[in-house]
Design a protein around this ligand. Structure first.
Ligand code: PNS
Length: 167
């Protein structure tokens, strides 16, 4: 039984993430998609909102995928969950340096946990949560980049911001 952790901020979940989750769900027996609760970052969606969004989208679609949260060291969390694998998505060469550093550091901390890199479909290779937020904030369309419920929530969130600005 192989358990894999797919960790990240998922602020918000994009089709690039869903693509990696789909590939992981095919490869591993159990996949835990886990949201980092990082007090230092100022997220757009709260952890509870992200859990709700991700469970709504992932639970009906993948029976071996679970959504969870973690804080502290990823390798400690992976050990606690008895996971053998950490999954990370790699889009372009620009991701490589940071991911390489993190994978080797995690290996140093916990040598028996393996990091597995996966490439999303090429049409998602330029997609990131950061760009999605920026486009949505500036009134652009994120259709086809994020699931519909994320699109709806982004519109609501930024509509509120626009309304506040007008006051
Ligand atoms: O989606 P992100 O923000 O690129 O995910 C980064 C994440 C959550 C994988 C990384 O920040 C992480 O693992 N943080 C937990 C703290 C930790 O273990 N740090 C040491 C990494 S070598």
């Amino acid at each position: 039984m192989t358990t894999a952790i797919y960790p990240g901020s998922f602020d918000p979940l994009t089709f690039g993430h869903v693509d990696i989750i789909e590939r992981s769900a095919r490869l591993f027996d159990h996949v835990i998609v886990s949201i980092l609760t990082n007090a230092q970052k100022a997220p757009l969606f709260t952890v509870d909102e992200r859990i709700e969004i991700m469970r709504e989208i992932l639970t009906p679609r993948f029976e071996n995928v679970e959504v969870d949260v973690f804080h502290g060291l990823l390798v400690d969390y992976a050990t606690q969950k008895k996971a053998q694998v950490i999954v990370r998505g790699i889009r372009a060469v620009t991701d490589y340096e940071y991911e390489f550093q993190m994978a080797l550091m995690n290996r140093r901390l916990k040598p028996d946990i393996e990091t597995v890199f996966m490439m999303p479909a090429e049409n998602y290779s330029y997609l990131s949560s950061r760009l999605v937020k920026e486009i949505a904030e500036l009134g652009g369309s994120v259709a086809g980049l994020v699931p519909e419920s994320v699109e709806r929530r982004l519109k609501q969130r930024f509509k509120k911001a626009f309304e506040k600005e007008k006051l």
